[in-house]
Design a protein around this ligand. Structure first.
Ligand code: 5FU
Length: 262
C-alpha cells in the first residue's frame, strides 16, 4: 500500500500494532493530523495545553525532562492520562533514547519518570544499532506501546542522512511489531503504509530559529509523505493558541485530503 494515497481509514483497518490503530482511528474521527509539541516547563502549563488543545490534536508530544516541577510518574499519569482519554489523543514522549539496549530499558521503565507508564509512543536514535530497539521492545511491547525511529531530523547540519537514514529504515523493518514509524522529513518507505511518519520543523509563518531549526509548511510536509505534523512554538507561543492549533489542523488536514484524493 502506498503511503501517499492510502487513506488513514484504510491504514487503521490494516494496522496490527494497537497504538497505530488507535492513532489512525482517532485522526479520522477528529479530522486532525496535528501533534502539538508542548515544550513548556511546568506540569500545570503542560496540562493546560493538553486540555485546551486536546480537541484539535491527535498527538501530545512531551519532553518530560524539561518539567521543573515533575514529582512522580504516578501523579503525572493520574493527571495526563484522563485528558488523553477525554479528548482522544496519544501521548508521545520525545525522549530520543540513544544508549545500549540494557540502559535504555531502564531509562524507559525506571527512574523518576517511568515513561512507559504514561507514554503511548517514544522515539529512539538508531546510532547504537538494533540493540536499542530490542531493549525498548522488552519493556514497551508487552504494554502495547509503539516506537518511532529517528530517520532524519529537522535541524540544519543533521548527520541523519543518506546511509544512516537507510540503515534506520532497515532496523524498523526488522522490528515491525514494535516500531510503528519514523521521525522524518519525508515518508522513508513510500510503499509501506503501515509505518507512520511524524514530522517536526513545521511553521506557517517563519522559516527557522536562531539555533538551527528549519521549518516547512504543513502542505510541504504532507506532500513529501508526512502523516503527523509536529508543531511547537507555532502554536503554544501564539497570541491565541487555540486559534493557531485550528489553523494548523485545517492546513494539515486539507493537505492530507489533497494527497489521498490525488
Ligand atoms: F526529532 C526532532 C527533530 O528533528 N526536530 C525537532 O524539532 C524533534 N524535534 C522536536 O519537535 C523538538 O524537540 C521540539 O519539541 C519540536 C519542535 O518545536 P518547534 O517549536 O515547532 O520548533
Amino acid at each position: 500500500m502506498a503511503t501517499a494515497t492510502t487513506s488513514f481509514e484504510q491504514r487503521a483497518a490494516a494496522a496490527t500494532n494497537p497504538t497505530t490503530k488507535h492513532l489512525f482511528e482517532l485522526m479520522v474521527r477528529k479530522q486532525t493530523n496535528l501533534a502539538v509539541a508542548a515544550d513548556v516547563t511546568t506540569v500545570a502549563e503542560l496540562l493546560h495545553i493538553a486540555d485546551v488543545l486536546g480537541p484539535h490534536i491527535c498527538v501530545l508530544k512531551t519532553h518530560v525532562d524539561i518539567l521543573s516541577d515533575f514529582t512522580t510518574a504516578d501523579a503525572f499519569a493520574a493527571k495526563l492520562r484522563p485528558l488523553a482519554d477525554k479528548h482522544g489523543f496519544v501521548v508521545f514522549e520525545d525522549r530520543k533514547f540513544a544508549d545500549i539496549g540494557n540502559t535504555v530499558k531502564h531509562q524507559y521503565r525506571d527512574g523518576v519518570h517511568r515513561i512507559v507508564e504514561w507514554a503511548d509512543i517514544v522515539d529512539a536514535h538508531t546510532v547504537p544499532g538494533p540493540g536499542i530497539v530490542q531493549g525498548l521492545k522488552e519493556v514497551g511491547l508487552p504494554r502495547g506501546r509503539g516506537l518511532l525511529l529517528l530517520a532524519e531530523m529537522s535541524s540544519a547540519g543533521s548527520l541523519a542522512t543518506g546511509e544512516y537514514t537507510r540503515a534506520s529504515i532497515e532496523m524498523a523493518k526488522q522490528h515491525k511489531d514494535f516500531v510503528i514509524g519514523f521521525i522524518a522529513q519525508r515518508a522513508p518507505i513510500p510503499d509501506d503504509a503501515s509505518f507512520i511518519t511524524m514530522t517536526p520543523g513545521i511553521n506557517l509563518t517563519v522559516s527557522g530559529d536562531a539555533t538551527g531549526q528549519q521549518y516547512r509548511t504543513p502542505a510541504q510536509a504532507v506532500e513529501t509523505g508526512s502523516d503527523v505534523l509536529i508543531v511547537g512554538r507555532g502554536v503554544y507561543t501564539a497570541a491565541d493558541p487555540v486559534a493557531s492549533a485550528i489553523a494548523y489542523k485545517q492546513a494539515g488536514w486539507a493537505a492530507y485530503l489533497a494527497r489521498v484524493q490525488a
